[in-house]
Design a protein around this ligand. Sequence first.
Ligand code: ADP
Ligand code: MG
Length: 398
Amino acid sequence: MDIHEYQAKEILSRFGVAVPAGALAYSPEQAAYRARELGGERWVVKAQVHAGGRGKAGGVKVCDSDAEVQDAAEEMFGRKLVTHQTGPEGKGIYRVYVEAAVPIASEIYLGFVLDRSSQRVMIVASAEGGMEIEEISAERPESIVRATVEPAVGLQEFQCREIAFKLGIAPGMVQQMVRTLQGCFRAFTELDATMVEINPLIITGDDRIMALDGKMTFDDNALFRHPQIAELRDKSQEDPRESRAADRGLSYVGLDGSIGCIVNGAGLAMATMDTIKLAGGEPANFLDIGGGASPERVAKAFRLVLSDKNVQAILVNIFAGINRCDWVAEGVVQALREVQVDVPVVVRLAGTNVEEGQKILAESGLPLIRATTLMEAAERSVEAWQSEQAQNTQVRTN
Ligand code: ADP
Ligand code: MG
């Protein structure tokens, strides 16, 4: 789960990371009021969307009066901000953050990520801040400083000092850098984050180190033990298909293809998507309905997959290990009686009680396309999708 910049800054500041003074606004008038409340002479109005690259897309505006703050906010509210991270549809701006403008002497990139190959938290930093990390690694790879944290002992002070030295931080500011790094690390581990990114972390004209931007991503599977974090979820920033799935306890990722997938198990779902591609099709989604594929869950899955208007065929691929194929087949049959499905459905069952399962499908009288192997299932769904597509174009030309 992602959160907004202002929320990340609030969290990080609780862990000792310095941030500029700022306040949130839900309307242009409130933005102007917030600027007056904050005081000072210069403010930055920042669109709160779950994406970076706002600066280049008009989502960050420096203002010299409260009237300018109001105008800048007026420009942003209700608009969709399109940055290189949002995709062409953009993300709606419903909140803006008004922040004191800070004089920047230099910008640093700082990221904490989970490095799955070393199974450790990795710190990535570069004195070439302001640019995206992808650009830095393409253009100035030698500027990137990396360090991994030994989980048994946590982030050590000497490691922080080493990072500070490699970034060329002046000796008088090293202690501030150590505090910043340790604050981020504590926030990362204590709150079960999977990413903390500060870009830029700046050194101000008066020698202070501050987070000017902040991004945090949390492990969805750990949100149950952080209710205060779970509360920060903003559905207006999510793919509506994915938030509907999350509300129903299904793990779903929307994609651009036309073949909807209903699969149990994440690994099998990945393999199913790969096989569809191999057979010449494009999956419309990743969907793991979990181990216990009850009729209710299968029905929910059908509804969810069908809510994507691009879906022209559905592939149900279930491997019953602990589960039983006959039970899953009952589920599919019940679900199809309950949910109106106007696209061809291919079902492949394997594992425990597969014969009984096939029998239930065959005797249901439903127009299901059955397949035995995964390859066959993928090929059948690609054929079904192609003939559906041909039919649709025919309907349109008639
Ligand atoms: P994004 O990464 O989405 O473009 P940032 O928060 O990083 O958004 O802001 C973009 C740029 O705007 C920063 O690199 C910085 O130069 C400037 N900026 C952002 N906040 C402030 C601020 N409070 N004071 C001065 N400049 C700022
Ligand atoms: Mg940034």
